[in-house]
Design a protein around this ligand. Sequence first.
Ligand code: NAG
Ligand code: NAG
Length: 176
Amino acid sequence: MKSVGSILLFFFSCYIITVFSQTIPITTHQPQPNQSFKPNQTQHQTAGAGSSSCSYTVVIKTSCNSPSYTGDRISLSFGDAYGYQVYVPRLDDPYSGTFERCSTDTFDVYGPCTYPICYLYLYRTGYDGWIPESVTVYTYNYQPATFYYNTYIPNGIWYGFDFCRGYVSSTTTSAL
Ligand SMILES: *[C@@H]1O[C@H](CO)[C@@H](O)[C@H](O)[C@H]1NC(C)=O
Ligand SMILES: *[C@@H]1O[C@H](CO)[C@@H](O)[C@H](O)[C@H]1NC(C)=O
């Protein structure tokens, strides 16, 4: 029985290693700079005038490698594969201790209703070098979307993730 057990354990280990080695390439996407990304400022302004119809909860974790305190200015934009976009020009507020090392900040954000979110970018300017760990967007009608940074964001460029390619064809039927 002992040898049967160890054989099973061996195959189980092989299975686990195989499963994990297959999922690692999916979960280790690194954020990228996107020089051509421009948030739609018009959309933000009209949203403020009352055409906004969806609310989102954005949870941002600040890395434990980040400075203890930051005066950096931080903006956020995310959206879906169909052109619906949410843009939040400024999230930072050093006076309330936002984005301190190892902290979690929660924001209620309003904007157009989106289909599943497939891109998210952060924009940082300042001298402190704030380091996010992750950004999660909660919406009422879809699974929350989490984007893992764990890295320094260069100054003055939209920096993040775009998984939208191929998204439209594979989700059209299930999303609608
Ligand atoms: C950069 O942003 C543009 C505009 O949203 C998008 O079309 C493009 O695919 C993005 N580039 C990358 C490399 O994700
Ligand atoms: C920006 O948003 C406005 C208002 O929703 C829309 O009319 C316009 O087409 C958008 N522009 C782009 C480039 O997506």
